[in-house]
Design a protein around this ligand. Structure first.
Ligand code: 5GP
Ligand code: SF4
Ligand code: MG
Length: 458
C-alpha cells in the first residue's frame, strides 16, 4: 500500500510535502520520495528506502525547490523492496518530465506491459505503475489531463494517482473509487492527499474528495481544470480502509475513520457479546477505536492491557533466535496487574495469518488471564487483495483454510466472534453499497489478474 501527497502553487512545496508524508507513514514504511518542479520545469527528487524521518535532511531538502511537489510512501512485500521501485517514478521524455505517484494496484498491468514491450518500450522497474508513465509519454493529446485520460484507457484495477507533467499537477481516481484521494487548499495553493490527516498537518483545509473517474489538473498559478471520465455505476471503495488501513483522525470516502471503527465495535458487541467478562481491551493501535465501540455498546470497561512498543516498525526483522512469539514480544507486552485472574475480551480489527494473534493470546494468558474471548471487527479474510493491500496468498490466510472453531483452537482462545459481512457494511459511513469486500466475501469485482505474483511486485 501507499500514501500520496501533492501540492501546487506553494513557495515551499517540498517542505509541505515532507510534512504531509509524515502523516502518511502508516500507509507505507518501505520507501519514501519527494520530487519538486520549479517554474522553469526543472525537476529535483529524493527517493530512499526507509522512513520519512530518516531520509530528508535539511541539507537535502534545499535541493527541492519550486512551487510544485509530490511525494509517496510505499509498502510492499519484502522481495520487491528495491530502490528502483521507490516512487515517485520520474522520467524525462521529449515533452519534458513526467513524475508519478500511485496508490493501488493495476490488475492488468502485466498485459499492458507486454504490449508496450512488444512495441519496444524498455522498463526500469517492476512496478505496475510504470505502464502509465510509458503511455503518458506516448500520448499525442495536448493538455496534461487529456494525456492522463488517454493513458488510463483500458487500465484496470485500483488507482489514486498524482502526476506532474511539466509544471502541471494532475490528480486522478479510478472510476470505482477504490482508493481514497482528497483535495485541500492552503493560502491559494492546491493540495492533494490520500487522507485528510495529511492536510491537517500542513494547515490546509479540506475542499472535497476527488470523485471516482475524475481527473483534476492544477497550474502553479492556482487555476484548475476538471475532466470527468465515465464514472462507474457501482463503486468499489475499499472497506478495509475503514477497518484497518487509514488513520482514525482521517476522513476517507467522505466519512470519519474513527466513527466507522466505533460503529464496527458496537456492531461487533451486538453480534457477539461476551456476557460475564470483566473488561475489554484492544490490540493497539489499529483496533483502539473498535474496542472503544465494543465497550460503549456492552457497558464493559475498557482497559489498556496490552502495551505496544512504538519504536518497532513493521519492517522489524526477526532476531536470530527465531520464534514468532519472540517477534510478538518485541512489539507488545501484557500488563499482569490488569489481566491476572480475569475473564477478558480482546478486540482486534482483523486476523490475517493468525501468527501475531496466537502470540498475543499466549502473552495475555501468561500474564494470568483466566478466559480469553476474542472479537474481530472485520469478517474472516478468505482471499487475497489484488487492489493494493498486501494480504498474503490464500494458503497463508488462516480463515481461508479453517472454520471459526478451528481458528479459535489454533489461536488458543475460549471463544471467537467475527463481525458479519452485512454488519460491517451497515456500520461504515455511506454504506452499505459501493464497497469492495472481495477479500472477505470472495466477490472480486474484476476477473482475477493473470499474474498476481507480478502484481505484488508493484
Ligand atoms: P495475524 O494474527 O494475522 O498475524 O496479525 C493480525 C494483526 O495484523 C492485526 O493486529 C491487524 O491489525 C494487523 N494487520 C491487518 N492487516 C495488515 C496488513 O495489511 N499489514 C500488516 N502489517 N498488518 C496487518
Ligand atoms: Fe480492500 Fe479487501 Fe477489496 Fe482489497 S479485496 S480492495 S483489501 S476490500
Ligand atoms: Mg493491529
Amino acid at each position: 500500500m501507499c500514501g500520496i501527497f501533492g501540492i501546487s502553487g506553494h513557495p515551499e512545496a517540498a517542505a509541505m510535502t515532507h510534512l504531509g508524508l509524515y502523516s502518511l507513514q502508516h500507509r507505507g514504511q518501505e520507501s519514501a520520495g519527494i520530487v519538486s518542479t520549479n517554474r522553469a520545469g526543472e525537476v529535483h527528487g529524493i527517493r530512499a528506502m526507509g522512513l520519512v524521518s530518516d531520509q530528508f535532511s535539511p541539507e537535502r531538502m534545499l535541493e527541492l525547490s519550486g512551487p510544485v511537489a509530490l511525494g509517496h510512501t510505499r509498502y510492499s512485500t519484502a522481495g520487491s523492496s528495491t530502490i528502483e521501485n521507490a516512487q515517485p517514478a520520474m522520467v524525462r521524455f521529449k515533452g519534458g518530465h513526467i513524475v508519478l505517484a500511485h496508490n493501488g494496484n493495476l490488475t492488468n498491468a502485466p498485459e499492458i506491459r507486454g504490449e508496450l514491450e512488444d512495441e519496444g518500450s524498455i522498463f526500469s522497474s517492476t512496478m505496475d505503475s510504470e505502464v502509465i508513465v510509458h503511455r503518458l509519454a506516448k500520448s499525442k493529446a495536448l493538455r496534461p489531463e487529456e494525456k492522463l485520460a488517454e493513458a488510463l484507457e483500458g487500465v484496470e484495477g485500483a488507482y489514486s494517482l498524482l502526476v506532474m507533467i511539466g509544471t502541471t499537477l494532475v490528480a486522478a481516481r479510478d472510476p470505482y473509487g477504490w482508493r481514497p484521494l482528497v483535495m485541500g487548499t492552503i493560502n491559494g495553493a492546491v493540495v492533494f492527499a490520500s487522507e485528510t490527516c495529511a492536510l491537517d498537518i500542513t494547515g490546509a483545509t479540506v475542499v472535497r474528495e476527488i470523485q471516482p473517474g475524475e481527473i483534476v489538473a492544477v497550474e502553479p498559478d492556482g487555476t484548475s481544470r476538471t475532466l470527468q471520465r465515465k464514472a462507474a455505476s457501482n463503486l468499489h471503495r475499499c472497506v478495509f480502509e475503514y477497518v484497518y488501513f487509514a488513520r482514525p483522525d482521517s476522513k476517507v470516502f467522505g466519512g470519519s475513520v474513527d466513527r466507522a471503527r466505533r460503529a464496527l465495535g458496537r456492531q461487533l458487541a451486538k453480534e457477539h457479546p461476551a456476557p460475564g467478562a470483566d473488561f475489554v481491551f484492544s490490540v493497539p493501535d489499529s483496533s483502539n477505536s473498535a474496542a472503544l465501540g465494543f465497550s460503549e455498546e456492552s457497558g464493559m470497561p475498557l482497559e489498556l492491557a496490552l502495551i505496544r512498543n512504538h519504536y518497532v516498525g513493521r519492517t522489524f526483522i526477526q532476531p536470530t533466535q527465531s520464534g514468532r512469539d519472540a517477534k510478538v514480544k518485541v512489539k507488545y507486552n501484557a500488563v499482569r496487574e490488569i489481566l491476572e485472574g480475569k475473564s477478558v475480551v480482546m478486540v482486534d480489527d482483523s486476523i490475517v495469518r493468525g501468527t501475531t494473534t496466537r502470540g498475543l493470546v499466549a502473552l495475555v494468558r501468561a500474564a494470568g488471564a483466566r478466559e480469553v474471548h476474542m472479537r474481530v471487527s472485520s469478517p474472516p479474510i478468505t482471499g487475497p487483495c489484488y487492489y493494493g493491500i498486501d494480504t498474503p496468498d490464500k494458503e497463508q490466510l488462516i480463515a481461508a483454510n479453517n472454520s471459526v472453531a478451528e481458528i479459535a483452537r489454533k489461536i488458543g482462545v475460549d471463544t471467537l466472534g467475527y463481525i458479519s459481512l452485512d454488519g460491517m457494511l451497515q456500520s461504515v459511513p455511506n454504506g452499505p453499497d459501493g464497497f469492495c469486500h472481495a477479500c472477505f466475501s470472495g466477490q472480486y469485482p474484476t476477473k482475477p489478474p493473470t499474474a498476481p505474483e507480478k502484481l505484488r511486485l508493484g
